[in-house]
Unconditional design. Structure first.
Length: 141
């Protein structure tokens, strides 16, 4: 009897977590962004910086992020090209990590959200939109 109860409880927990993961839950990025700074974090920790102040592009990037579906880290999480994205509005900044897994899309998260297991799925096209020609085309990790 105890095993049936534990099995049922485990089933309920899994179903509830799948439901919550499949729902879109917006990242906390307001529409008020003046500038996007993207750093490429290579394995040698060399940083390459890309700055974008084009208002149309900033709007498209924030719209794509805000409609991203909430998901979870895989175990193990596939390695991709890691970027640090800084959204600036005046003197305020919000910082996120973007794991670009190329044809598999990518995941975006903040340091705080990652500790809670909250990450968001982005399509392949997001990397093209964000980085354009500066996008690293292979995964060398």
């Amino acid at each position: 009897m105890k095993i049936k109860s534990l099995t049922y409880l485990l089933f309920v927990v899994i179903v509830l977590s799948l439901i919550s993961c499949s729902q879109s839950s917006a990242l906390p990025i307001a529409g008020n962004v003046d500038r996007i700074i993207v750093y490429t974090l290579n394995t040698d920790m060399q940083k390459r910086e890309y700055i974008d102040v084009d208002r149309d592009k900033i709007q498209r990037v924030t719209e794509e992020i805000n409609k991203a579906a909430k998901t979870f880290f895989d175990d193990p999480e596939p390695l991709g090209n890691l970027y640090l994205i800084v959204f600036q509005h005046g003197k305020k900044e919000k910082t996120f990590f973007y794991n670009d897994m190329l044809e598999y899309g990518g995941k975006i998260y903040s340091e705080k959200s990652a500790k809670k297991g909250d990450v968001w799925d982005l399509p392949y096209e997001f990397g093209e939109l964000l980085l354009g020609e500066a996008r690293i085309k292979s995964i060398d990790n």
